[in-house]
Ligand binder design. Structure first.
Ligand code: IPE
Ligand code: IPE
Ligand code: MG
Length: 261
C-alpha cells in the first residue's frame, strides 16, 4: 500500500528500490512533522535561473508533500515558509515570496479543503499585507472543521519571537494578579505558543544540506528527531519524504529514559 501511495505522488517514477516503504507502519509514523524547506535559491542558481524560479518550483514540492501527508493519514505537518530573519533579503525577493504565498493560497485552497486539510498559519501574520491577512483568515475559517491533516504554515515566524511573546503575555497576566510566577507550568507556556493544540514535533526535516534550526519551533522540537538531506527543496520528492519517515521509524527515542527496544 505504501509503495502505491508514494509512487503515485512521485515526480518521476524512477526505478530506485522502494522496498523499505513496505516496512512503514502506520502507528509508528510521526504525529507531527516539521519541514524547513530550504535550498530553493541554490536549486535555481545551480541551473542558471534566478532565485525566484526556485521558490516557484518549491511550491510544487509543497503541494506534493501535503498530498502525501493526506494519503498517509498524517496528523500534523508544519512547514517553514518565511522566517522573521528573511526580511533581510532583497525587496524584490521578499515581494515575490509574499505574492507567491497569496497565489498559492488562492490556487490550492479548494483542493486542500476537498482533501479535508485543516490550514493554519503561525508567526507574526498581523504584519503581513492586508490582502494576505484576509486570505489567511478565510483559509483558517473555511477549513476550521476539517479533520484531516493539520497543515500549518510558518510565515514571518521566529521561534525566539514566539517565546518572547509568550513571556510577555505570562508576565502581563502575573502583573494583573491572574497568576503567580511560581504557578507557571509547561502547559501554560504551551497554551501561549502559536502551535497550541498541535502535538510536539516528532521529526524535523531540513533539505539542502545545512544542519541548523534557523529559529524554527525552538520549544516544540525539544525531543524531535532530525533528518537532513543534501537534496534542494524543489527536488525533494514524496519518495524522499518516505525515506525520512522510514528512518524516523527506526530511531530509538528514549526521552531521557532507557531503550525499550
Ligand atoms: C528556502 O530557500 C525558502 C525561503 C527561505 C523562503 P532559500 O531561498 O533559503 O534557498 P537557499 O538556501 O538560498 O538556497
Ligand atoms: C530557513 O531558511 C527559513 C525557511 C526555510 C523559511 P533560511 O535559508 O532563511 O536559513 P539560513 O539563513 O540559511 O539559516
Ligand atoms: Mg536558505
Amino acid at each position: 500500500m505504501w509503495k502505491k501511495i508514494f509512487s503515485g505522488m512521485q515526480k518521476n517514477d524512477d526505478a530506485s528500490d522502494k522496498s523499505y516503504l513496505d516496512e512503514l507502519v502506520q502507528d509508528q509514523l510521526p504525529q507531527h512533522v516539521a519541514i524547513i524547506m530550504d535550498g530553493n535559491g541554490r536549486w535555481a542558481t545551480g541551473q542558471g535561473l534566478i532565485r525566484t524560479a526556485g521558490h516557484k518550483a518549491g511550491v510544487k514540492t509543497l503541494k506534493r508533500i501535503v498530498k502525501t501527508c493526506t494519503a498517509l493519514g498524517m496528523n500534523a505537518l508544519t512547514v517553514y515558509a518565511f522566517s522573521t530573519e528573511n526580511w533581510k533579503r532583497p525587496h524584490a525577493e521578499v515581494d515575490f515570496l509574499m505574492n507567491l504565498f497569496s497565489e498559492y493560497l488562492a490556487k490550492e485552497i479548494d483542493e486542500m479543503d476537498q482533501d479535508n486539510v485543516k490550514i493554519d498559519f503561525i508567526g507574526r501574520t498581523w504584519e503581513l499585507s492586508k490582502g494576505l491577512q484576509k486570505q489567511i483568515a478565510d483559509a483558517r475559517h473555511r477549513t476550521r472543521d476539517n479533520t484531516g491533516v493539520k497543515f500549518t504554515v510558518a510565515v514571518n515566524y521566529g521561534g525566539q519571537d514566539e517565546l518572547l511573546r509568550m513571556v510577555q503575555e505570562l508576565a502581563a497576566q502575573s502583573q494583573r494578579g491572574m497568576i503567580k510566577p511560581e504557578e507557571i507550568t509547561a502547559e501554560m507556556i504551551e497554551a501561549q505558543l502559536d502551535t497550541y493544540g498541535l502535538p510536539p514535533v516528532d521529526l524535523v526535516i531540513r533539505t539542502s544540506g545545512d544542519m541548523r534550526l534557523s529559529n524554527f519551533l525552538l520549544w516544540q522540537t525539544a525531543y524531535a528527531e532530525f533528518w537532513f538531506t543534501d537534496i534542494n527543496w524543489p527536488d525533494f520528492t514524496p519518495e524522499d519524504f518516505g525515506r525520512a519517515l522510514y528512518e524516523y521509524c527506526r530511531r530509538d527515542r528514549r526521552f531521557g529514559g532507557l531503550s525499550k527496544k
